[in-house]
Design a protein around this ligand. Structure first.
Ligand code: HEM
Length: 448
């Protein structure tokens, strides 16, 4: 059962998301739930960069199929991106909307299925074992389904944050289509049923699945959450919900057109899709940059350097995607597109936001149990860990991108190595913050 505070029927933090924080402690779920997702995500980040480093010679030559590159990709997409989104959604959605999660058991159950399932799927992708891939895929998908039910219920009951909720629905529908495509691709490895009759060819379905995962599920979810998290951290008014709705509509039209273009092999549709994507992302960035300009908090630290960089990478991913539609084989643009989308925009944004969320949650838990909270900036040895992570992450992105563009495997190797070091530093940070909270709760127990 839930041990959160009471439901807040008239909770309306629309005008000023900082209001979310009023009484937020009473809506905290046990720290262990989000924490297990965040720590697993930090570990999978090491695995993802490690696999990329190990498979450096295969990255530019990747044209689908299982092996080390597919494993690295899913260690990142499922292991880090979706993992972080799950942990953050479970905690922040109830805090932000005022809707109490009905069952914490579902959240726990989703972690028990999703975390090992992802591990199994990634391992099987690496060794190329289709039955195990299917088993891991089914477990991970079952975890995602429970996640969908849990956050879908919150979206359904929420009377506030409509822009975020609408984005959430689109993300959940994309997630459903993405997992159906993902499982079909696995089954097709052995049966070859795709491409027969009206069914799409394997390679076209794989690319559509990547677009659904990158932009549809993770991208739209991240955009929806940004409309709450960014104003909450910078203390600004809520971005205009109507314009946020326009951005969502244009992005969705772009996504549908891109997938239609991929499946039908229509280049013109893909180019129009990229233009729509640029307009949709432009409106989104206009709203959030305005929030940064009008926010009361000026010194936003390293996390917002990462967030701003990720926004540049979002635009870069769409431009490169559009170019890849025109000349897919030149300069390895298709590979670069996938890398900038997943490791660039999404990973940079999520690690930027996570380095803010972790200490923030720790502080809220300290307040909840009436303990003096350590300063946020002092948790997790940030002076070393987060600076090292940011430097290595930046170097990794530049080196791997150049390696892909110039087909120089040694640069991918070097970049992957930087990625691993940065990811280890990030894990060190995440464990450091967790230890702070565990110590607080330990003292609480002793004082009883
Ligand atoms: C956030 C979630 C996910 C994202 C962002 C994502 C992304 C991607 C991308 C970018 C590709 C490469 C596409 C290409 O070769 O053009 C891919 C391929 C693939 N994905 Fe996913 N994926 C996700 C979840 C899943 C899940 C849940 C499964 C299985 C249950 C899955 C199974 C596969 C398979 C089997 C392929 C191989 C396609 C091939 O043969 O080339 N993915 N995915």
């Amino acid at each position: 059962m839930s041990d959160q505070g009471p439901e807040l029927p008239n909770f309306q933090p629309e005008a000023f998301p900082g209001a979310i924080l009023a009484g937020a402690q009473s809506r905290l779920i046990p720290y262990g739930i989000p924490l297990r997702f965040f720590v697993a995500a930090s570990m999978f980040q090491i695995v993802a960069w490690g696999l990329l480093t190990y498979g450096h010679a295969d990255v530019s030559a990747f044209f689908g199929g299982y092996g080390v590159v597919l494993a690295a990709l899913h260690a990142l997409t499922l292991g880090v991106l979706a993992m972080t989104a799950m942990g953050a959604s479970y905690q922040l959605l109830s805090v932000a909307t005022g809707v109490v999660l009905k069952s914490l058991l579902l959240c726990r159950l989703s972690s028990w299925l999703y975390i090992p399932g992802t591990g199994l799927l990634v391992s099987a992708m690496f060794i190329g074992n289709t039955p195990v891939m299917l088993l891991g895929g089914v477990l991970a998908v079952a975890g995602l389904a429970l996640f969908g039910v849990t956050v879908g219920t919150v979206f359904w009951q929420s009377k506030s944050l409509q822009a975020t909720v609408r984005h959430g629905w689109v993300a959940l529908i994309s997630m459903t289509l993405l997992v159906v495509a993902g499982l079909s691709l696995i089954v097709d490895f052995n049966t070859g049923f795709l491409g027969v009759g009206l069914l799409p060819e394997h390679a076209k379905l794989a690319l559509s699945h990547g677009l659904l995962g990158g932009y549809g599920f993770m991208g739209i979810l991240v955009m929806g959450f940004s409309y709450v998290l960014v104003p909450m951290f910078v203390l600004s008014p809520t971005p205009n919900p109507k314009l946020a709705g326009v951005s969502l509509g244009v992005n969705l039209a772009g996504l549908i057109l891109a997938i239609g273009g991929v499946l039908s092999g229509n280049t013109a549709a893909m180019i129009v899709a990229a233009v729509l994507g640029l307009i949709g992302a432009g409106i989104y960035l206009h709203l959030l940059l305005k929030a940064l300009r009008t926010g009361m908090k000026r010194r936003l630290g390293l996390s917002f350097v990462m967030v701003r960089a990720s926004w540049g990478l979002l635009i870069a991913s769409i431009v490169i995607g559009g170019l890849a539609a025109i000349v897919p084989l030149d300069f390895n643009l298709l590979h670069l597109f996938g890398f900038i989308l997943i490791f660039g925009w999404l990973l940079t944004f999520l690690t930027g936001i996570l380095q803010r969320i972790l200490p923030f949650l720790a502080t809220m838990h300290a307040h909840k149990i009436g303990r003096p909270a350590p300063r946020m900036s002092e948790m997790g040895h940030q002076n070393i860990t987060l600076k090292l992570h940011a430097l290595c992450h930046g170097a990794a992105l530049v080196l791997v991108s150049l390696g892909i563009l110039l087909e120089l495997d040694v640069l991918v190797l070097l970049g992957g190595g930087f990625g691993v070091v940065g990811a280890v530093a990030f894990l060190w940070f995440a464990l450091g913050v967790s230890e702070t909270v565990m110590t607080l709760y330990g003292k609480e127990e002793q004082s009883k």
